[in-house]
Design a protein around this ligand. Sequence first.
Ligand code: 4AD
Ligand code: MG
Length: 463
Amino acid sequence: VKVLAKDLFTKEYKDGEEVTIEGWIRTLRGSKKIGFIEVNDGSFFKNVQVVFAKADMEDEFDEIKKFPISTTIEITGALALTPDAQQPFEIHAAKITELGSSDVDYPLQKKAHSYEYLRTIAHLRPRTNTFYSVFKIRSIAAFAVHEYLQHHDFSYIQTPIITSSDAEGAGEMFQVTTLDLDNVPKTDDGKVDYKEDFFKKETNLTVSGQLEVEAFALSLRNVYTFGPTFRAENSHTGRHASEFWMIEPEMAFADMQDEIDVSEELLKYVVQYVFDHAKEEVQFLNDNVDENLIVRLQNTVSEKFAQITYTKAIELLEDADEDFEVPVKWGLDLEAEHERYLSEKVFKKPVFLTDYPKDFKAFYMRANDDGKTVAAADLLVPEIGELIGGSQREERIDVLEEKLKDFDLNPEEYKWYLELRKYGGTVHSGFGIGFERLVMYLTGMKNIRDVIAYPRTPGNAEF
Ligand code: 4AD
Ligand code: MG
Protein backbone atom coordinates (compact mmCIF):
# COMPACT_ATOMS: atom_id res chain seq x y z
CA VAL A 1 0.00 0.00 0.00
CA LYS A 2 1.03 3.58 -0.66
CA VAL A 3 1.84 5.40 2.58
CA LEU A 4 2.99 8.82 3.72
CA ALA A 5 6.08 9.40 5.83
CA LYS A 6 3.89 11.32 8.26
CA ASP A 7 1.85 8.18 8.90
CA LEU A 8 4.92 5.96 9.17
CA PHE A 9 6.33 8.25 11.86
CA THR A 10 3.12 8.76 13.81
CA LYS A 11 0.96 5.64 13.39
CA GLU A 12 1.35 1.96 14.24
CA TYR A 13 2.70 -0.38 11.57
CA LYS A 14 3.62 -4.06 11.69
CA ASP A 15 7.14 -5.27 11.22
CA GLY A 16 7.53 -6.73 7.73
CA GLU A 17 4.49 -4.93 6.30
CA GLU A 18 4.90 -4.08 2.61
CA VAL A 19 4.69 -0.35 1.85
CA THR A 20 5.24 1.99 -1.07
CA ILE A 21 6.36 5.60 -0.71
CA GLU A 22 7.28 8.25 -3.24
CA GLY A 23 9.57 11.17 -2.59
CA TRP A 24 12.88 12.90 -3.29
CA ILE A 25 16.35 11.63 -2.51
CA ARG A 26 17.96 13.80 0.16
CA THR A 27 21.08 11.70 0.65
CA LEU A 28 22.40 8.54 -0.93
CA ARG A 29 25.45 6.46 -0.16
CA GLY A 30 26.36 2.99 -1.21
CA SER A 31 29.05 0.35 -1.06
CA LYS A 32 29.52 -2.70 -3.26
CA LYS A 33 26.57 -4.63 -1.97
CA ILE A 34 24.36 -2.31 0.02
CA GLY A 35 23.11 1.26 -0.24
CA PHE A 36 21.24 3.78 1.95
CA ILE A 37 18.86 6.48 0.81
CA GLU A 38 17.25 9.14 2.93
CA VAL A 39 14.07 10.05 1.15
CA ASN A 40 11.68 12.86 1.96
CA ASP A 41 8.12 12.75 0.69
CA GLY A 42 7.09 16.23 1.88
CA SER A 43 4.44 14.98 4.30
CA PHE A 44 6.78 15.10 7.30
CA PHE A 45 9.91 16.96 8.35
CA LYS A 46 11.91 13.78 8.86
CA ASN A 47 13.39 11.60 6.12
CA VAL A 48 12.62 7.93 5.68
CA GLN A 49 15.64 5.67 5.66
CA VAL A 50 15.67 3.18 2.79
CA VAL A 51 18.10 0.28 2.55
CA PHE A 52 18.69 -1.37 -0.80
CA ALA A 53 20.85 -4.42 -1.49
CA LYS A 54 22.48 -5.79 -4.62
CA ALA A 55 21.20 -9.25 -3.72
CA ASP A 56 17.59 -8.02 -4.03
CA MET A 57 17.85 -6.13 -7.31
CA GLU A 58 20.97 -7.17 -9.23
CA ASP A 59 21.43 -4.93 -12.33
CA GLU A 60 19.43 -1.97 -11.09
CA PHE A 61 21.55 -1.72 -7.96
CA ASP A 62 24.44 0.06 -9.71
CA GLU A 63 22.10 2.44 -11.51
CA ILE A 64 20.28 3.42 -8.34
CA LYS A 65 23.59 4.05 -6.63
CA LYS A 66 24.27 6.75 -9.24
CA PHE A 67 20.99 8.63 -8.75
CA PRO A 68 21.80 12.31 -8.14
CA ILE A 69 20.39 14.11 -5.09
CA SER A 70 16.76 15.15 -5.58
CA THR A 71 15.88 12.35 -7.98
CA THR A 72 12.18 11.60 -7.54
CA ILE A 73 11.68 7.91 -6.75
CA GLU A 74 9.12 5.37 -5.70
CA ILE A 75 10.15 2.64 -3.30
CA THR A 76 8.33 -0.57 -2.49
CA GLY A 77 9.64 -2.72 0.28
CA ALA A 78 9.20 -4.29 3.68
CA LEU A 79 9.03 -2.16 6.79
CA ALA A 80 11.63 -3.05 9.42
CA LEU A 81 10.81 -1.65 12.85
CA THR A 82 13.92 -0.61 14.74
CA PRO A 83 12.53 0.88 17.96
CA ASP A 84 15.92 1.05 19.67
CA ALA A 85 17.69 2.81 16.82
CA GLN A 86 17.73 6.54 16.18
CA GLN A 87 15.48 5.91 13.19
CA PRO A 88 12.39 4.07 14.49
CA PHE A 89 12.02 2.14 11.23
CA GLU A 90 13.52 1.66 7.80
CA ILE A 91 12.31 0.28 4.50
CA HIS A 92 14.12 -2.65 2.95
CA ALA A 93 13.57 -1.94 -0.71
CA ALA A 94 12.44 -4.66 -3.09
CA LYS A 95 11.96 -2.22 -5.95
CA ILE A 96 13.03 1.38 -6.59
CA THR A 97 11.64 3.23 -9.62
CA GLU A 98 12.78 6.60 -10.91
CA LEU A 99 9.77 8.91 -11.31
CA GLY A 100 11.71 12.06 -12.21
CA SER A 101 15.41 12.37 -12.88
CA SER A 102 17.75 14.90 -11.32
CA ASP A 103 21.18 16.14 -12.30
CA VAL A 104 24.60 16.00 -10.66
CA ASP A 105 24.74 19.82 -10.75
CA TYR A 106 21.76 20.07 -8.36
CA PRO A 107 22.52 23.30 -6.49
CA LEU A 108 21.65 22.05 -2.99
CA GLN A 109 24.45 19.74 -2.05
CA LYS A 110 24.91 18.45 1.47
CA LYS A 111 26.99 21.36 2.74
CA ALA A 112 25.34 24.31 4.45
CA HIS A 113 24.56 27.19 2.10
CA SER A 114 24.38 30.85 3.09
CA TYR A 115 20.98 32.49 3.28
CA GLU A 116 22.18 35.04 0.72
CA TYR A 117 22.90 32.29 -1.78
CA LEU A 118 19.63 30.52 -1.06
CA ARG A 119 17.70 33.72 -1.79
CA THR A 120 19.03 33.55 -5.35
CA ILE A 121 17.39 30.13 -5.69
CA ALA A 122 14.10 30.91 -3.98
CA HIS A 123 12.43 28.25 -6.12
CA LEU A 124 14.69 25.52 -4.71
CA ARG A 125 15.22 26.63 -1.12
CA PRO A 126 11.91 25.11 0.11
CA ARG A 127 13.74 21.78 -0.26
CA THR A 128 16.15 22.55 2.59
CA ASN A 129 15.32 21.56 6.15
CA THR A 130 15.41 25.17 7.27
CA PHE A 131 12.98 26.49 4.69
CA TYR A 132 10.78 23.43 4.92
CA SER A 133 10.45 24.24 8.63
CA VAL A 134 9.91 27.96 8.15
CA PHE A 135 7.12 27.54 5.62
CA LYS A 136 5.45 24.73 7.53
CA ILE A 137 5.39 26.98 10.60
CA ARG A 138 4.20 29.94 8.54
CA SER A 139 1.24 27.90 7.34
CA ILE A 140 0.41 26.54 10.78
CA ALA A 141 0.66 30.00 12.35
CA ALA A 142 -1.75 31.45 9.77
CA PHE A 143 -4.24 28.73 10.61
CA ALA A 144 -3.82 29.36 14.34
CA VAL A 145 -4.53 33.06 13.86
CA HIS A 146 -7.78 32.30 12.07
CA GLU A 147 -8.70 29.66 14.62
CA TYR A 148 -8.19 31.94 17.61
CA LEU A 149 -10.09 34.83 16.06
CA GLN A 150 -12.96 32.73 14.73
CA HIS A 151 -13.36 31.04 18.12
CA HIS A 152 -13.61 34.47 19.68
CA ASP A 153 -16.35 35.57 17.29
CA PHE A 154 -14.23 37.73 15.04
CA SER A 155 -15.54 37.83 11.47
CA TYR A 156 -13.00 37.70 8.67
CA ILE A 157 -13.43 40.65 6.30
CA GLN A 158 -11.43 40.73 3.07
CA THR A 159 -10.49 44.37 2.53
CA PRO A 160 -9.39 45.64 -0.90
CA ILE A 161 -5.85 45.47 -2.24
CA ILE A 162 -6.38 48.41 -4.59
CA THR A 163 -7.45 51.50 -2.67
CA SER A 164 -7.78 55.21 -3.08
CA SER A 165 -7.11 56.17 0.56
CA ASP A 166 -3.85 56.16 2.46
CA ALA A 167 -4.65 54.20 5.62
CA GLU A 168 -1.55 55.29 7.48
CA GLY A 169 -1.42 58.79 6.00
CA ALA A 170 2.30 58.30 5.52
CA GLY A 171 2.43 58.52 1.74
CA GLU A 172 4.40 55.31 1.29
CA MET A 173 2.22 53.81 -1.39
CA PHE A 174 2.77 51.97 -4.66
CA GLN A 175 0.69 53.53 -7.36
CA VAL A 176 -1.62 51.41 -9.50
CA THR A 177 -2.05 52.80 -12.98
CA THR A 178 -2.59 51.79 -16.58
CA LEU A 179 -1.48 55.17 -17.90
CA ASP A 180 1.08 55.14 -20.69
CA LEU A 181 4.28 56.23 -18.95
CA ASP A 182 5.67 57.71 -22.16
CA ASN A 183 2.63 59.81 -22.72
CA VAL A 184 0.98 60.72 -19.41
CA PRO A 185 -2.17 62.83 -19.82
CA LYS A 186 -1.98 66.17 -18.01
CA THR A 187 -4.60 68.59 -16.77
CA ASP A 188 -4.47 72.27 -17.74
CA ASP A 189 -2.39 73.10 -14.66
CA GLY A 190 0.19 70.45 -15.56
CA LYS A 191 -0.77 67.70 -13.09
CA VAL A 192 -1.32 64.05 -14.05
CA ASP A 193 -4.92 63.70 -15.22
CA TYR A 194 -6.18 60.64 -13.39
CA LYS A 195 -9.58 61.03 -15.04
CA GLU A 196 -7.88 59.33 -17.98
CA ASP A 197 -6.70 56.44 -15.82
CA PHE A 198 -8.36 53.04 -15.45
CA PHE A 199 -10.30 53.89 -12.27
CA LYS A 200 -10.68 57.55 -13.26
CA LYS A 201 -8.83 58.52 -10.09
CA GLU A 202 -5.47 57.97 -8.42
CA THR A 203 -5.20 54.49 -6.87
CA ASN A 204 -2.63 52.63 -4.82
CA LEU A 205 -1.84 49.26 -3.30
CA THR A 206 -3.11 49.17 0.27
CA VAL A 207 -0.71 49.86 3.16
CA SER A 208 -3.24 48.54 5.70
CA GLY A 209 -6.83 47.33 5.68
CA GLN A 210 -7.56 49.05 8.97
CA LEU A 211 -9.76 51.93 7.87
CA GLU A 212 -11.93 49.68 5.72
CA VAL A 213 -12.22 47.04 8.43
CA GLU A 214 -13.16 49.67 11.03
CA ALA A 215 -16.37 50.18 9.09
CA PHE A 216 -17.25 46.54 9.68
CA ALA A 217 -16.39 46.67 13.40
CA LEU A 218 -19.16 49.25 13.67
CA SER A 219 -21.57 46.58 12.51
CA LEU A 220 -20.21 43.10 13.23
CA ARG A 221 -18.44 44.25 16.41
CA ASN A 222 -15.36 41.99 16.28
CA VAL A 223 -13.74 41.72 12.88
CA TYR A 224 -10.35 41.21 11.30
CA THR A 225 -8.57 41.39 8.03
CA PHE A 226 -5.57 39.22 7.19
CA GLY A 227 -4.00 39.86 3.85
CA PRO A 228 -1.14 41.35 1.87
CA THR A 229 -0.11 44.96 2.38
CA PHE A 230 2.43 47.03 0.49
CA ARG A 231 4.80 49.78 1.53
CA ALA A 232 7.04 51.79 -0.75
CA GLU A 233 9.38 52.74 2.09
CA ASN A 234 13.03 52.70 1.20
CA SER A 235 14.09 50.68 4.25
CA HIS A 236 17.03 48.36 3.84
CA THR A 237 16.77 46.29 7.00
CA GLY A 238 16.15 42.68 7.88
CA ARG A 239 12.70 43.58 9.23
CA HIS A 240 11.14 45.55 6.38
CA ALA A 241 9.62 44.16 3.22
CA SER A 242 7.78 46.03 0.48
CA GLU A 243 5.10 43.34 0.42
CA PHE A 244 4.09 41.74 3.70
CA TRP A 245 1.00 40.26 5.30
CA MET A 246 -0.81 41.83 8.19
CA ILE A 247 -3.35 40.54 10.70
CA GLU A 248 -5.61 43.40 11.73
CA PRO A 249 -8.31 42.73 14.34
CA GLU A 250 -10.71 45.56 15.14
CA MET A 251 -13.21 45.68 18.01
CA ALA A 252 -16.13 47.95 18.78
CA PHE A 253 -16.73 48.83 22.46
CA ALA A 254 -13.07 48.17 23.24
CA ASP A 255 -10.45 50.60 24.53
CA MET A 256 -6.66 50.48 24.30
CA GLN A 257 -6.27 48.13 27.25
CA ASP A 258 -8.80 45.68 25.75
CA GLU A 259 -6.91 45.72 22.48
CA ILE A 260 -3.61 45.10 24.33
CA ASP A 261 -5.09 42.16 26.22
CA VAL A 262 -6.50 40.51 23.10
CA SER A 263 -3.22 40.88 21.22
CA GLU A 264 -1.32 39.23 24.08
CA GLU A 265 -3.75 36.34 24.23
CA LEU A 266 -3.71 35.87 20.46
CA LEU A 267 0.07 35.86 20.32
CA LYS A 268 0.30 33.31 23.12
CA TYR A 269 -2.26 31.12 21.40
CA VAL A 270 -0.31 31.11 18.14
CA VAL A 271 2.98 30.29 19.88
CA GLN A 272 1.42 27.40 21.77
CA TYR A 273 -0.30 26.14 18.64
CA VAL A 274 2.97 26.08 16.72
CA PHE A 275 4.64 24.23 19.62
CA ASP A 276 1.92 21.62 19.51
CA HIS A 277 1.72 21.21 15.75
CA ALA A 278 5.28 21.71 14.50
CA LYS A 279 7.41 19.99 17.14
CA GLU A 280 10.03 18.61 14.76
CA GLU A 281 10.39 21.90 12.92
CA VAL A 282 10.71 24.01 16.07
CA GLN A 283 13.28 21.60 17.47
CA PHE A 284 15.27 21.67 14.24
CA LEU A 285 15.31 25.47 14.17
CA ASN A 286 16.33 25.60 17.81
CA ASP A 287 19.23 23.22 17.08
CA ASN A 288 20.35 24.90 13.87
CA VAL A 289 19.18 28.50 13.64
CA ASP A 290 18.62 30.04 17.08
CA GLU A 291 19.59 28.12 20.20
CA ASN A 292 17.34 30.25 22.40
CA LEU A 293 14.23 29.76 20.30
CA ILE A 294 12.42 27.21 22.44
CA VAL A 295 13.17 28.95 25.72
CA ARG A 296 12.04 32.26 24.29
CA LEU A 297 8.81 30.79 22.98
CA GLN A 298 8.13 28.96 26.24
CA ASN A 299 8.58 32.19 28.17
CA THR A 300 6.30 33.98 25.75
CA VAL A 301 3.50 31.57 26.59
CA SER A 302 4.05 31.39 30.33
CA GLU A 303 4.91 34.95 31.38
CA LYS A 304 2.69 38.00 31.48
CA PHE A 305 4.03 40.61 29.04
CA ALA A 306 5.37 43.85 30.50
CA GLN A 307 3.66 47.20 29.91
CA ILE A 308 5.02 50.74 30.34
CA THR A 309 4.40 54.14 28.80
CA TYR A 310 6.57 55.57 26.05
CA THR A 311 7.58 58.33 28.49
CA LYS A 312 8.80 55.76 31.02
CA ALA A 313 10.63 53.91 28.23
CA ILE A 314 12.50 57.10 27.30
CA GLU A 315 13.60 57.45 30.93
CA LEU A 316 14.85 53.85 30.98
CA LEU A 317 16.73 54.36 27.71
CA GLU A 318 18.27 57.62 28.92
CA ASP A 319 19.52 55.84 32.01
CA ALA A 320 20.77 52.86 30.01
CA ASP A 321 24.42 51.97 30.13
CA GLU A 322 24.53 51.50 26.38
CA ASP A 323 25.84 53.43 23.37
CA PHE A 324 22.93 53.73 20.98
CA GLU A 325 23.68 54.69 17.40
CA VAL A 326 20.70 57.03 17.41
CA PRO A 327 20.25 59.01 20.63
CA VAL A 328 16.88 58.96 22.39
CA LYS A 329 14.82 61.99 23.15
CA TRP A 330 11.21 62.45 24.18
CA GLY A 331 9.27 63.18 21.02
CA LEU A 332 11.35 61.03 18.68
CA ASP A 333 10.32 57.62 17.41
CA LEU A 334 12.26 54.64 18.72
CA GLU A 335 14.71 52.75 16.55
CA ALA A 336 14.96 48.97 16.44
CA GLU A 337 18.05 49.13 18.69
CA HIS A 338 16.02 50.87 21.42
CA GLU A 339 13.07 48.52 21.03
CA ARG A 340 15.32 45.50 21.28
CA TYR A 341 17.19 46.91 24.25
CA LEU A 342 13.93 47.29 26.17
CA SER A 343 12.63 43.81 25.39
CA GLU A 344 15.96 41.97 25.52
CA LYS A 345 17.93 43.72 28.28
CA VAL A 346 15.44 45.49 30.51
CA PHE A 347 12.38 43.22 30.53
CA LYS A 348 13.75 40.07 28.86
CA LYS A 349 10.30 39.43 27.40
CA PRO A 350 7.72 41.13 25.20
CA VAL A 351 6.79 44.61 26.40
CA PHE A 352 3.94 46.91 25.40
CA LEU A 353 4.79 50.58 25.10
CA THR A 354 1.78 52.87 25.34
CA ASP A 355 0.85 56.52 24.94
CA TYR A 356 3.28 57.67 22.28
CA PRO A 357 3.74 61.31 21.22
CA LYS A 358 1.04 62.19 18.73
CA ASP A 359 3.37 63.75 16.17
CA PHE A 360 4.91 60.58 14.77
CA LYS A 361 1.90 58.29 15.16
CA ALA A 362 -0.96 57.92 12.68
CA PHE A 363 -3.77 60.49 12.44
CA TYR A 364 -6.52 58.05 13.51
CA MET A 365 -5.14 57.34 17.00
CA ARG A 366 -7.18 58.67 19.89
CA ALA A 367 -5.83 61.85 21.50
CA ASN A 368 -5.08 61.58 25.20
CA ASP A 369 -6.16 64.32 27.64
CA ASP A 370 -2.58 65.57 28.06
CA GLY A 371 -2.76 67.00 24.52
CA LYS A 372 0.64 65.52 23.71
CA THR A 373 0.18 61.78 23.41
CA VAL A 374 -2.18 59.28 21.78
CA ALA A 375 -3.65 55.97 22.98
CA ALA A 376 -1.24 53.87 20.93
CA ALA A 377 0.33 50.60 22.02
CA ASP A 378 3.24 48.85 20.28
CA LEU A 379 4.43 45.41 21.30
CA LEU A 380 8.23 45.12 21.30
CA VAL A 381 9.76 41.66 21.33
CA PRO A 382 13.28 40.26 21.68
CA GLU A 383 15.29 39.76 18.47
CA ILE A 384 12.87 41.82 16.38
CA GLY A 385 11.64 45.00 18.02
CA GLU A 386 8.16 46.13 16.97
CA LEU A 387 5.91 43.17 16.27
CA ILE A 388 2.49 44.72 16.82
CA GLY A 389 1.18 48.25 16.38
CA GLY A 390 -2.23 49.05 17.79
CA SER A 391 -4.32 51.85 19.18
CA GLN A 392 -7.65 53.11 20.35
CA ARG A 393 -9.20 54.99 17.44
CA GLU A 394 -10.33 58.61 17.58
CA GLU A 395 -14.12 58.35 17.76
CA ARG A 396 -14.79 62.10 18.28
CA ILE A 397 -15.57 63.52 14.86
CA ASP A 398 -14.47 67.08 15.66
CA VAL A 399 -11.12 65.92 17.05
CA LEU A 400 -10.61 63.69 14.02
CA GLU A 401 -11.35 66.55 11.63
CA GLU A 402 -8.72 68.66 13.38
CA LYS A 403 -6.25 65.78 13.18
CA LEU A 404 -6.72 65.44 9.42
CA LYS A 405 -5.89 69.13 9.09
CA ASP A 406 -2.81 68.81 11.30
CA PHE A 407 -1.60 65.94 9.13
CA ASP A 408 -2.34 67.80 5.91
CA LEU A 409 -4.75 65.11 4.76
CA ASN A 410 -7.66 65.90 2.49
CA PRO A 411 -10.95 65.61 4.47
CA GLU A 412 -12.78 64.85 1.21
CA GLU A 413 -10.77 61.64 0.85
CA TYR A 414 -11.72 60.60 4.38
CA LYS A 415 -15.36 61.63 4.21
CA TRP A 416 -16.58 58.05 4.48
CA TYR A 417 -14.25 57.46 7.44
CA LEU A 418 -15.68 60.50 9.23
CA GLU A 419 -19.19 59.16 8.62
CA LEU A 420 -18.33 56.14 10.76
CA ARG A 421 -18.26 58.69 13.61
CA LYS A 422 -21.20 60.71 12.36
CA TYR A 423 -23.59 57.75 12.35
CA GLY A 424 -23.36 55.85 15.63
CA GLY A 425 -19.69 55.93 16.44
CA THR A 426 -18.31 54.32 19.56
CA VAL A 427 -15.10 53.63 21.40
CA HIS A 428 -13.22 51.12 19.26
CA SER A 429 -9.71 49.76 19.02
CA GLY A 430 -7.55 47.41 17.04
CA PHE A 431 -4.05 46.35 16.21
CA GLY A 432 -1.89 45.05 13.39
CA ILE A 433 0.53 42.15 13.62
CA GLY A 434 3.18 41.98 10.93
CA PHE A 435 2.81 38.36 9.92
CA GLU A 436 6.38 37.98 8.65
CA ARG A 437 7.78 39.41 11.88
CA LEU A 438 5.60 36.94 13.74
CA VAL A 439 7.04 34.10 11.64
CA MET A 440 10.55 35.41 12.38
CA TYR A 441 9.70 35.30 16.08
CA LEU A 442 8.34 31.76 15.76
CA THR A 443 11.29 30.42 13.78
CA GLY A 444 14.31 32.37 15.02
CA MET A 445 15.06 33.53 11.46
CA LYS A 446 16.80 36.91 11.50
CA ASN A 447 15.98 38.27 8.05
CA ILE A 448 12.47 38.91 6.78
CA ARG A 449 13.61 37.78 3.31
CA ASP A 450 13.92 34.28 4.70
CA VAL A 451 10.34 33.92 5.92
CA ILE A 452 8.65 35.08 2.68
CA ALA A 453 8.36 32.68 -0.25
CA TYR A 454 9.43 35.30 -2.81
CA PRO A 455 10.50 38.44 -0.96
CA ARG A 456 10.06 41.93 -2.38
CA THR A 457 12.40 44.62 -1.05
CA PRO A 458 13.78 47.83 -2.59
CA GLY A 459 15.60 46.86 -5.77
CA ASN A 460 14.48 43.25 -5.63
CA ALA A 461 11.44 41.59 -7.14
CA GLU A 462 12.99 38.39 -8.49
CA PHE A 463 10.77 35.47 -9.49
O1 4AD B 1 2.58 49.82 12.90
P1 4AD B 1 1.90 49.62 11.60
O2 4AD B 1 2.28 50.52 10.47
O3 4AD B 1 0.33 49.73 11.91
C1 4AD B 1 -0.67 49.69 11.00
O4 4AD B 1 -0.55 49.52 9.81
C2 4AD B 1 -2.03 49.76 11.65
N1 4AD B 1 -3.00 50.11 10.61
C3 4AD B 1 -2.34 48.45 12.31
C4 4AD B 1 -3.68 48.46 13.01
O5 4AD B 1 -3.80 49.06 14.05
N2 4AD B 1 -4.68 47.81 12.44
O6 4AD B 1 2.09 48.13 11.10
C5 4AD B 1 1.69 47.06 11.92
C6 4AD B 1 2.76 46.00 11.97
C7 4AD B 1 4.07 46.47 12.56
O7 4AD B 1 4.05 46.41 13.96
C8 4AD B 1 5.06 45.49 11.94
O8 4AD B 1 5.04 44.26 12.64
C9 4AD B 1 4.47 45.26 10.58
O9 4AD B 1 3.11 45.60 10.63
N3 4AD B 1 5.12 46.06 9.54
C10 4AD B 1 5.98 45.54 8.63
N4 4AD B 1 6.41 44.30 8.45
C11 4AD B 1 7.27 44.10 7.43
N5 4AD B 1 7.71 45.04 6.60
C12 4AD B 1 7.28 46.32 6.75
N6 4AD B 1 7.70 47.25 5.89
C13 4AD B 1 6.38 46.62 7.81
N7 4AD B 1 5.76 47.72 8.23
C14 4AD B 1 5.00 47.37 9.28
MG1 MG C 1 4.04 50.81 13.84
